[in-house]
Design a protein around this ligand. Structure first.
Ligand code: PEP
Ligand code: MG
Length: 758
């Protein structure tokens, strides 16, 4: 059975589309279980029914036409019970229903397994037998295993809209919402421009053309150029390879012929597909086919086809005239956008950024936040290659992209964009106003920086200091570790920009999802692995250089504070402090620098640190709470995984209680404590943090004026009363709702109004 499963998985991987997957599954399962028929029914929410979508054994004309209500028949029973049903005499069962279109009256025995993904029944996989037969346990578990595998494929097809198109074919495009990770706030409506890296067969966007002759001519030229290359390669190998080995080059050239790959591509171009799309589609299909072959030698040939594929694609891309016109309000979309993607596009036209891979801490997200462009990363199900030219909505607050929006949804967002513009203009008036609550309590609003650009923006918005300078960001943008002098210069620039205000520089916090290209860390579980202070302590040569650069940069300014990330035990803290003192002594006593000892603080972002808060607080000058990591570790929810994003919430009562313990512990040791996680930049979060007792909040520059506006409208007493109420609540949703309802004064409601479209 395991071998059969492997074959099924291989063939499914090689299938060209979702419809073919379903056909293959029913065919293979029927073969393996040696039954008369195998069918897949998929759930259609539109009419709450299960639609026969593929069958091997029933009347093929009934595919797409048999709709069984969820209350009806044995299929309905499997779905409603969410468990397999195995019946030797199916037609005697009270739930047996007869569907004449399928011709199934001739089947006696029935085995059905539900197809379930994330608690939702997506369909039912059924085998039926004409003769009376008892399906045995191994057959039952085989069907359950295939269903579980199929569930992932169906869920993906559901997310990309393919499922809906198959079940309910219609002319007009249907609204689709693709969730991702909210990475830079704001909303934009714009036209998709797909940015694809070159010579990568897997990332060629689907483009249609009108001038078929020109495209065919380009394709023929690329084929000729590639053939010439192969002949030249063949010549150069005379004497180095045997004649048999060189025969492979002949095979290559023949593959390009019109009756092989070349012919297939030509037909697709004639149907209106551009040469690059047609070529990549055909080549990828052949690669999948070779990879799924049983014979090891033939499987290996997949690599040859891939190599050939890349060669031709490179020529096609060379001949492509470089794009020079871009739509206004363009939405940059790509599989893995990087900072380099900005190189070819006019920045002033970019309205939003959407990437299939990557997280909140990828370069693109950092740049998006710094420049103020709504950004959504990690949109894993996005069919990005086929979106060129489409009008879409990017919602950087909720982390989602809407394709083919309904008029109603579009209108909601148009309204939000309008309100955000008005709000931004209004908020500017607060730049020079102090952050004082309605009952006269002062709060410090600091900023988080990392790039020169966000530092400049922060100064414009009246930041009172830097609560978190993420030093890893300049490291991320280089191709090697920066030298001590390079670091000193960039730290000096930050310190000078803000002097005499404090700049809190966090020591290198790499690992987790922040990988340096020149220091790759391959781990099964990077967020629980070699990260932050752990790396620095294991590599004192990197850590000491950074500390030296920071302290030397502060000479004469003395506005530096040093912050240590990811502290999870006292030994780490003490070792780091020792190295800091060592650097200070070397610089001042041996090298003659005139530097004041900077304040040193610890980040509280690991639950272990919350339980040892007093011991940590006693050893440092200040504490800074990283709510981003603290939330992910407390709730065991990956902060960058869009599939569990609905479970990640800084308003979760457990997070609030942890924050309360931190404030109490810090007070007990008289150690100042601030917050530098995203919660501080969220208007509702900021009110809660103030009520919990935090008096300094550090956030991205783009949030600063919004937070100031809300804190100036709310009194501390009112916030404390609200906190008391929400601390008793059962979950984050109730907390958030209670807070938003309570803060619904017209002056402040706009600050946290977000489009809610589903
Ligand atoms: C945090 O974890 O809250 C934090 C501020 O650090 P980072 O987001 O850089 O991990
Ligand atoms: Mg952190």
């Amino acid at each position: 059975m395991l071998e059969s499963l492997r074959t099924i998985v291989q063939e499914v991987n090689a299938a060209k589309d979702f419809a073919e997957v379903l056909k293959l599954i029913v065919h293979l399962v029927k073969q393996v279980t040696k039954t008369g028929t195998c069918s897949v029914y998929l759930y259609s929410p539109e009419d709450d029914s299960y639609v026969l979508m593929a069958t091997d054994g029933l009347n093929p004309d009934s595919v797409g036409n048999v709709r069984i209500s969820s209350e009806e028949g044995l299929v309905g029973l499997v779905a409603s019970r969410a468990e397999p049903i195995n019946l030797e005499v199916a037609d005697a069962h009270p739930k047996f229903a007869y569907f004449p279109e399928t011709g199934e009256q001739s089947f006696r025995s029935f085995l059905g397994a539900p197809i379930i993904h994330q608690r939702k029944v997506l369909g039912v996989l059924v085998v039926q037998e004409q003769e009376q037969r008892r399906f045995d346990e191994s057959e039952e578990s085989f069907l359950v295993t295939v269903s579980a595998q199929l569930a992932g494929v169906i869920a993906h097809a559901d997310a990309t809209g393919e499922l809906d198109r198959l079940i309910n074919p219609r002319e007009d495009a249907r609204e689709r919402i693709y969730p991702g990770v909210a990475s830079a706030p704001g909303v934009a409506i714009g036209t998709v421009v797909v940015i694809a890296p070159s010579a990568d067969l897997n990332v060629v966007p689907l483009r249609h053309i009108k001038d078929i002759e020109a495209e065919l001519c380009q394709f023929r030229q690329a084929m000729e150029q590639t053939k010439r290359d192969i002949h030249a390669l063949d010549e150069s190998m005379v004497g180095k390879l045997s004649d048999e080995e060189r025969a492979l080059f002949d095979v290559y050239v023949r593959m390009l012929d019109d009756h092989a790959l070349g012919g297939e591509v030509t037909s697709l171009i004639k149907e209106g597909l551009c040469a690059q799309s047609a070529w990549s589609q055909v080549v990828l299909r052949h690669i999948r086919m070779f990879k799924s072959m049983k014979d090891a030698y033939l499987r290996e040939r997949a690599t040859d086809v891939e190599d050939l594929g890349r060669r031709v694609l490179a020529y096609l891309q060379q001949s492509e005239t470089k794009r020079t016109t871009y739509p206004d309000n363009m939405v940059m979309v790509g599989e893995e956008l990087s900072a380099a993607s900005f190189a070819d596009v006019p920045l002033e036209k970019v309205a939003a950024i959407v990437s299939v891979k990557g997280s909140r801490n990828s370069h693109m997200a950092i740049l998006g936040r710094a420049i103020g462009i709504p950004t959504v990363m990690g949109v894993v199900d996005l069919p990005w290659g086929s979106l060129e030219g489409e009008e879409v909505i990017v919602d950087g607050h909720n982390g989602q992209m809407v394709v083919s929006p309904s008029d109603e949804v579009r209108e909601t967002y148009v309204q939000q964009i309008y309100e955000e513009k008005l709000l931004a203009a209004d908020l500017e008036k607060l730049t020079d106003e102090p952050c004082v609550t309605a009952d006269g309590h002062k709060l410090g609003l600091w900023v988080n920086t990392g790039l020169r650009l966000d530092a400049l923006l922060s100064l414009d918005r009246g930041a009172e200091g830097v609560g978190l300078y993420r030093t890893e960001i300049p490291f991320l943008l280089l191709d090697r570790f920066p030298s001590e002098e390079e670091q000193r210069k960039s730290y000096r620039e930050q310190l000078e920009m803000f002097a005499p205000r404090i700049v809190t520089m966090r020591t290198l916090d790499i690992g987790g999802d922040k990988d340096l290209p020149y220091f790759p860390i391959e781990e099964e579980n990077p967020f629980l692995g070699w990260r932050g202070i752990r790396i620095c302590l294991d590599h004192p040569e990197i850590f000491l250089v950074q500390l030296r650069a920071m302290m030397r940069a502060s000479e004469g300014l003395n506005n530096l504070s040093i912050l240590l990330p990811m502290i999870s035990n006292l030994a780490e803290l003490e070792s780091a402090l020792e190295l800091i003192y060592q650097v200070y002594d070397e610089l001042t006593e041996e090298e003659g620098y005139q530097i004041e000892m900077p304040n040193v603080g610890a980040m509280i972002e690991v639950p272990a640190a919350v339980y040892q808060i007093r011991e940590i607080a006693r050893r440092v000058d200040f504490l800074s709470v990283g709510t981003n990591d603290l939330t992910q570790y407390l709730l065991a929810v990956d902060r960058n995984n869009s599939r569990v994003a609905s479970l990640y919430h800084t308003c979760h009562p457990s997070v609030l209680r942890a924050l309360w313990s931190i404030v109490e512990g810090a007070k007990g040791e008289n150690t100042p404590v601030s917050v530098c996680g995203e919660m501080a930049g969220d208007p509702v979060g900021a009110v809660l943090l103030m009520a919990l007792g935090f008096r300094v909040l550090s956030m991205s520059a783009t949030s600063l004026l919004k937070v100031k506006a809300i804190l100036r409208q709310v009194s501390l007493t009112e916030a404390e009363e609200l906190l008391e109420e929400v601390m008793e609540m059962p979950d984050a949703q109730s907390v958030l709702k209670h807070m938003e309802d309570a803060l619904k004064k017209p002056e402040v409601a706009g600050l946290f109004r977000r489009a809610k479209i589903h």
